[in-house]
Ligand binder design. Structure first.
Ligand code: GUN
Ligand code: ZN
Length: 445
């Protein structure tokens, strides 16, 4: 079939490097085109340029999509989220361990049923696209069918996604725990079926140290050693009660991180969610391994887990990514995550600039997850995942952005005042997969 081409025309913003933490972005880190053009061919970007420079090279009958007055960015990335927790978002009360027992584990038990998993996977992806998130690293549940359901839904929509089956063989309801080695056998089956298929990748997913036996952690490390292109996701040092429990369960380990180190789980493709209560030595060990910490500000505030020290991580050379951690998190939106990250930073005297924030949501997260060869930037040859923001989405935003003199001011207003209404459209794999006006989105069959 003839390849599908079109041009998206309007203001566009993409990062080529880390803009730093200063009010002014590091030179050459930001690419902004006031009247830009993205030439899409099938699922890729053929060219990014000023419209006037590109126009003479375009086929005469090419389809044009007009985004003047809007702002195109690379699709947002969420480095840590639980799709199965969509329906327990905003469950009132208490901190991590009670929240897990009272709400999370009972909810995840429902994913034994494939039809339930399918319905929630679809709803989760609808909601993600509605807020401009095109890529995420996703916890499913301990049921292999929950992973099949998620990957099936993501593939049908053409999304780049990482996901994995939760490994947990103890300290949870009978209906949720897996068999120590059976859990790994199921993971290997899922890896064979899904890893590297289209835009999908597999992330080994031991829930956290307390819910896996030493034998299961050991077996997980063995799989990772044999397949270093796999990702790994887990939780680390989120909450004081959790940390005390780990110390009790693993007295032979000097600290929480040492549990994961002992079993070979700390590598360049490992993401550790939260990592709030760490000392500088632990941050340096993580940095040395090339791992990243997922900063989950709405979750850390909701569960009262603590204030994440981004600056200390930067000083240790430790990469941080940005994540929603729904359903501990209260919002899937990358803009809402930035707003909460800014507020946490204010309390620590380390405010987050709009440059740094939007970099984290896009190229920064792509780099932390080793996906920057594919996504995170608007660049020639890159994959065509794009979010289109509307700076005049609401009467209030229109009033506020009318007063902005600079791009940095406009971005900051969007990150503090924007929500799903500010996302006009979301493109993935070269197709419009969400539009605020539903009739404008393209069907995915
Ligand atoms: N630690 C272990 N499991 C979970 C989870 O589902 N959510 C959060 N926030 N922390 C965890
Ligand atoms: Zn989590």
């Amino acid at each position: 079939p003839r390849s599908h081409m079109r041009v998206l025309r309007g203001p566009l913003l993409s990062f080529d490097a880390d803009p730093g933490d200063g009010d002014t972005a590091v030179p050459d880190s930001v690419r902004y085109l006031e009247d830009g053009a993205l030439w899409l061919v099938d699922g890729h970007i053929r060219a990014v340029a000023d419209y006037a420079a590109l126009a003479p090279h375009l086929p005469a009958d090419i389809e044009m999509v007009d985004y003047s007055g809007k702002l195109m960015l690379p699709g947002f990335i969420d480095s840590h989220v639980h799709y199965a927790q969509l329906d327990i978002m905003a469950s009132y009360g208490r901190q991590l361990l009670d929240w897990l027992n009272d709400y999370t584990f009972p909810e995840e038990c429902r994913f034994a049923e494939r039809v339930h998993a399918e319905a929630v996977a679809e709803a989760f992806l609808d909601e993600s696209l509605r807020v401009g998130t095109t890529t995420a690293q996703v916890f499913c549940t301990s049921h292999p069918g929950s992973v099949d359901a998620f990957f099936t839904a993501a593939k049908r929509r053409g999304l780049r996604m990482l996901a994995g089956k939760v490994l947990m063989d103890r300290h949870a309801p009978e209906a949720l725990v897996d068999d120590t080695l059976g859990g790994l056998a199921d993971s290997e089956r899922l890896i064979g079926d899904w890893h590297g298929k289209g835009r999908l990748g597999y992330s080994l997913t031991p829930r956290f140290a307390p819910t896996s036996s030493r034998e299961q952690l050991e077996a997980t490390g063995a799989v990772l050693r044999n397949a270093p292109d796999l990702h790994l996701q887990t939780h680390l040092s989120e909450n004081p009660g959790e940390i005390a429990w780990v110390a009790e369960l693993f007295p032979e380990c000097e600290d929480y991180l040492a549990v994961y180190e002992r079993y070979g789980l700390v590598g360049p493709r490992s993401t550790f969610a939260h990592g709030i209560h760490l000392d500088q030595g632990m941050r340096q060990r993580l940095a040395g391994a090339g791992a990243n910490i997922a900063f989950c500000p709405t979750s850390n505030l909701f569960l009262g887990s603590g204030l994440f020290d981004r600056q200390a991580c930067r000083e240790a050379g430790l990469a941080t990514s940005l994540a929603s951690d729904v359903g501990g998190g209260t919002d899937l939106s990358g803009l809402a995550t930035l707003k909460a990250a800014y507020q946490v930073g204010q309390l620590l005297g380390q405010p987050l600039t709009a440059w740094q924030g939007f970099y984290r949501l896009t190229l920064g997260n792509a780099r932390a997850l080793h996906l920057d060869g594919q996504v995170g930037r608007l660049r020639e040859g890159g994959e065509a995942d794009i979010v289109v923001l509307d700076p005049e989405a609401t009467p209030l935003l229109a009033r506020r952005t009318a007063h902005c003199r600079t791009l940095a001011e406009r971005l900051f207003a969007l990150m503090m005042l924007g929500d799903d209404r500010a996302v006009l459209a979301t493109w993935a794999d070269g197709r419009c997969v969400h539009h605020r006006d539903a009739r404008m989105a393209e069907a995915t069959t």
